[in-house]
Design a protein around this ligand. Structure first.
Ligand code: F6P
Length: 328
């Protein structure tokens, strides 16, 4: 553990996010800059267990900064949740002479990584990559900005048809446990209502609010619903409840789904990913371990992985107020 690191491995795990390739590129090129070897691990933890490794050089990551997805592929590995699986992963890393590991992913990725580090005392550093922006210790996760832009673009299109037909649209956006995409894209797209898990307004208040909109002369409405929202079992059940209360409404449901995870990363995500990738390599070379590299007030920051996993980002109350005021 005290020997200088000569080889770093990098993997992407969990849900992919636009900008992961830019982060891989930055890791590879930072390794090259500091004269160490970089190993790409395919299919996240599953590839770590199976030894699906490949040396990646600077030229191998040409022309990927603009690409969505991840060239290293991603997977959710059940085997890595077992001690035997993690032991195989450790053996592979040792056999390949890897001295440090960079994990690009979200909550689940860091939870597995932390366990692995504690068991085998293996140096590792995390980079937050998820469209949900639900990781504590960073203002932005890689992919979030791109996803917001994708969602806003799609809602703009839906608004055209909603207003032409005087319809009420329920648009479900991603965010398993967090409403950051819904709240920010909802404000950006001028939604009439935004439903998020962090603020369960309940069906009654929601109906009341829709009534207010109707009374104020609104003829069409966009309701952005985070997939983690708790009114109703899902967006379809919610729409059914509203159909019962407002039989006069012509209601449609649109679930945006995985299109939110695809596409070319925004400039913001490319720059963020590049900064975090370089900082992650430097952190490992400085003997940091068990930390996530993030961005706080536009400066590189480090937070213990344990905190990044266990703590939650609060929803911004000012944004909630802005949403309320601008939708009257
Ligand atoms: O964690 C990112 C995320 O996109 C969530 O918002 C969503 O609930 C989930 O992944 C979907 O996962 P999968 O691709 O496995 O269906």
């Amino acid at each position: 553990m005290n020997e200088p690191i000569k080889k770093i491995a990098v993997l992407t795990s969990g849900g992919d996010a636009p900008g992961m390739n830019a982060a891989i590129r930055a890791v590879v090129r930072a390794c090259s800059y500091y004269s160490i070897e970089c190993v790409g691990v395919y299919r996240g933890y599953q590839g770590l267990i199976e030894g699906d490794f490949e040396i990646i050089s600077s030229r191998n990551v040409s022309n990927i900064i603009n690409k969505g997805g991840t060239i290293l592929k991603s997977a959710r590995s059940l085997e890595f949740k077992t001690k035997e699986g993690r032991a195989k992963a450790y053996k592979n890393l040792k056999e390949h002479g890897v001295g440090g590991l960079i994990l690009i992913g979200g909550d689940g990725t860091f939870t597995g990584g932390l366990k692995f580090m504690q068991e085998f005392n293996f140096p590792l550093v995390g980079i937050p990559g998820t469209i949900d922006n639900d990781i504590y210790g960073t203002d932005n996760t890689i992919g979030y900005d791109t996803a917001l832009n994708t969602v806003v673009e799609v809602i703009d299109k839906i608004r055209d048809t909603a207003s032409s037909h005087n319809r009420l649209f329920f648009i479900e956006v991603m965010g398993r446990d967090a409403g950051f995409i819904a709240l920010n894209a909802g404000i950006g797209a001028g939604a009439e209502e935004i439903l998020i898990p962090e603020k369960n307004i309940g069906l009654e208040k929601f109906v009341e609010s829709l009534n207010k909109g109707k009374d104020s002369g609104k003829t069409s409405s966009i309701v952005v619903v985070s997939e983690g929202d708790k009114i109703g079992k899902n967006v379809f059940e919610l729409a059914d409840h509203i159909t019962e209360s407002f039989p006069e409404y012509d209601i449609r449901v649109s679930v945006l789904g995985h299109m939110q995870r695809g596409g070319s990363p925004s400039c913001f995500d490319r720059v963020l990913a590049s900064r975090l990738g370089v900082a992650a390599v430097e952190a490992l070379l400085d003997k940091s371990t068990g930390v996530m590299i993030g961005i706080t007030e536009n400066k590189i920051s480090k937070v213990e992985l344990e905190k990044a996993i266990k703590m939650n980002n609060d929803i911004n109350k000012e944004l909630l107020k802005v949403a309320e005021i601008t939708s009257v």
